[in-house]
Design a protein around this ligand. Structure first.
Ligand SMILES: [Zn+2]
Length: 497
């Protein structure tokens, strides 16, 4: 008699759970009448979709059973959940696991550990997410700068020795075994910038051995972009690894319009059989620290600063987003601040550059370049945002593509935009059962109004949530419903073992 009692106990526990949980987690349900953009190149078509547990079990013109819960999709578009290949919610998922700013955009999977920086050890971070899951699924990369600092400490402003590189490769090996999906680098940033190409190749080889991806914030996104793209291709070739140029952009006046050259380089590499792709966020303004502005690192040299400011079209294009030492400057651009203070933009920059926590937004890209990148079938959508990111991309990236670039300007078809948000990144991160609405795939789903969807976040109000995303499911569980996070946290660490 013991066994049935225990089983009964479990049944009682489940039944006594919060009402919300039952409402958001029916055993099976059918989304009826939606137009399904399945995530591939296939044009959207009307179909019903049945979800059982965490999977899609039927797609087609079947009739729901009388007892089956129904989600009305009439007039709406149903897409696979969006997979963000460059997301900065590593800390945010700890403090805000319901991830409202992410799920409200339709994001159901975030790839973390970007730009060379990952939590360490990776196993600990991922284990904490398994024990206390967030609303979204998590993919993790090993950060190159993270392992570099583990080995070199504060003595990183030089090339690493062979022995140090060997120790770094052991740490990448550890990270991959602990669940990372590849290696990320941020070669424009302080710690990564001192690494030679050979060092990165050595580490990328380890990631390749574990079937990982190399994703890079490349060495230069300004005047030397072409050289930096060439370096990614070299790394892909020498380490025999698939590679991704992350948040691809042309960020200074001198390289504006050179998209054709960048695209030609990548196409040429792809035609040689190298697996090189890119992701792109839908804004013409970047956000970073103060120091990236001066690529030669001569932050206090007036001539270097003058050149750097000229390269971005002047201080009017650089807005302070965060500056603990001078909070009154936040929201203003360098030209305004300098003018009000009666000093030059150069002097202003030299005065504030030592504030390590500073963040700036640079309005230094062009829409024509962004449009040309998005036109490439190997360029996917990313946000470079995340929970609490004070740039509109933190809350608006995906609805911005769907609302502005698909509906309003028709740069992309809806089918192609959805593919760039779903199956394309899914292939990249080897998420074999996600990114498509097909029988047997996991039920990460976004139900949205294609005629309404639009970002509302701006530089003045970066946290304003978007319109038009009606329901979002992660692993079959409703996480976003009509303007609110449900509080459900069904996210998993991917890929699942
Ligand atoms: Zn970056």
């Amino acid at each position: 008699m013991r066994k049935p009692l225990i089983l009964a106990g479990i049944t009682v526990l489940l039944a006594a759970g919060p009402a919300m949980a039952q409402e958001n987690r029916p055993r099976s349900f059918v989304i009826v009448g939606a137009t399904v953009a399945e995530g591939s190149t296939r044009p959207p078509r009307k179909a019903n979709v049945r979800v059982r547990g965490d999977r899609i079990v039927d797609v087609g013109n079947f009739k729901p059973r009388t007892s089956e819960p129904i989600v009305d999709g009439e007039g709406l578009l149903l897409a696979p959940g969006f997979i963000d290949p460059h997301n900065h919610s590593t800390e945010g998922l700890e403090t805000e696991p319901a991830a409202a700013s992410q799920v409200s955009q339709g994001i159901t999977t975030v790839v973390l550990g970007q730009d060379g920086g990952s939590p360490w050890p990776i196993a600990e971070y991922l284990e904490a997410r398994r024990k206390g899951p967030p609303a979204v699924n998590v993919v993790m990369m090993v950060g190159h700068a993270t392992v570099r600092q583990q080995v070199m400490g504060d003595d990183f402003r030089r090339a690493a020795t062979a022995e140090e590189i060997a120790r770094m490769t052991a740490l990448v090996e550890q990270g991959m075994k602990e669940g990372a999906s590849g290696l990320s680098s941020g070669l424009e940033y302080e710690v990564g910038s001192y690494a030679t190409t050979e060092e990165v190749v050595a580490l990328a080889r380890v990631a390749a051995k574990h079937k990982g991806l190399y994703i890079s914030h490349i060495r230069d996104e300004a005047d030397r972009t072409l050289e930096a793209v060439r370096e990614v291709i070299t790394i892909a070739e020498q380490a025999r690894i698939p590679a991704q140029i992350t948040h691809i952009k042309l960020g200074t006046v001198g390289v504006w319009g050179k998209t054709a050259e960048v695209i030609r380089m990548v196409e040429e590499a792809r035609s040689r059989g190298l697996d090189v792709t890119a992701d792109c966020y839908p804004y013409t303004a970047w956000m970073s620290n103060l120091k990236v502005l001066v690529p030669n690192k001569q932050w206090k040299d007036p001539a270097s600063v003058q050149k750097a400011l000229a390269d971005v079209g002047g201080g009017k294009n650089i807005t302070i987003a965060h500056l603990p030492s001078q909070p009154e400057y936040v929201g203003r651009n360098l030209e305004e601040i300098a003018h009000a203070a009666g000093i030059s933009e150069i002097e202003l920059y030299i005065r504030i550059v030592d504030d390590e926590r500073a963040a700036i937004i640079g309005h230094t890209m062009t829409e024509e370049d962004m449009r040309a990148f998005y036109a490439q079938p190997w360029v996917m959508v990313s946000s470079d945002g995340g929970i609490g990111i004070a740039h509109p991309r933190g809350a608006g990236a995906y609805p911005r593509v769907l609302g502005r670039f698909v509906r309003q300007r028709q740069w992309l078809t809806l089918t192609e935009a959805i593919r760039k948000m779903t199956s394309l990144p899914a292939q990249r991160f080897k998420l074999k059962d996600r990114g498509l609405i097909r029988k047997g795939m996991k039920a990460d789903l976004v139900l949205f109004n294609a005629g309404v969807v639009l970002d509302n976040s701006t530089f003045a109000e970066p946290f304003k949530l978007a319109d038009g995303i009606e329901k979002v499911f992660v692993n079959g569980v409703l996480v976003w419903n009509l303007g609110r996070a449900t509080g459900e946290r069904p996210g998993r660490v991917l890929p699942e073992k």
